[in-house]
Design a protein around this ligand. Sequence first.
Ligand SMILES: O=C(O)CCC(=O)C(=O)O
Length: 263
Amino acid sequence: MKLKTAVIQMDIAFGKPELNYTYVERKIREVTSHGNLDIIVLPELWTTGYDLTRLDDIADNGAETSKGLLSKLAKEFRVNIIGGSVAKKTEKGITNTMLVFDRDGEVQKEYSKAHLFRLMDEEKYLKEGNEDGLFLVDGEQCAGVICYDIRFPEWIRTHMIKDTKVLFVVAEWPKPRIDHWKTLLMSRAIENQCYVVACNRIGSDPNNEFGGKSMIIGPWGEIMAEGAEEETVLFGELEFEEVKKVRKTIPIFSDRRTELYKL
Ligand SMILES: O=C(O)CCC(=O)C(=O)O
């Protein structure tokens, strides 16, 4: 089974959810018009950007508005949507939450960023998540994490030991550390022998410039598609059989010596 995937690398209007909703809807209509797509991926915090000090006003209550839009589009185009993440207002605080939809427009997963990024003050405004990012796409095991989460290989591995075939990463990764982004994504793909489908934003906000370079990486570590620093859509086909082949050639999962690993 091959899943045709589109990664929407976009700019985000700072603190202006309405503009971002309109843009994302237009973009999804545009990419789906190119032919049959199986998966669409959006970046981190695409409704608000990093306008953290105004989140009380602009975060999405229960993520309901974002869910309504993405569910409608997933159903209309019969496509799975890894809906980046949005600032979700809950009774306990605001979370940075990934929304995943299946082809019927049903929510398959809500994953809240587990590792908050202090360098960008996330811990002052957001509540961290405590649940895993595992979900199924068309019946296959996948996982999703958010930005800074990729610096924690043990967190990613926790997901990968479940025979997970694809790691989706959504991000607003700043340009000054874009080399780390690329190296970390490549490493996560090679060490876990999985596809890595990573969506970063471009553009800037009052505090940061973002680096783009969204990527689709194969389970052998090969770069299948890579964005530049401009608005673009990356396309790639994910083939689960490839993951099985690589894992058979170098069987790292069964060669692990967990009795030696003291974490
Ligand atoms: O780890 C990094 O360098 C970037 C992380 C980040 O920007 C984030 O998690 O929002």
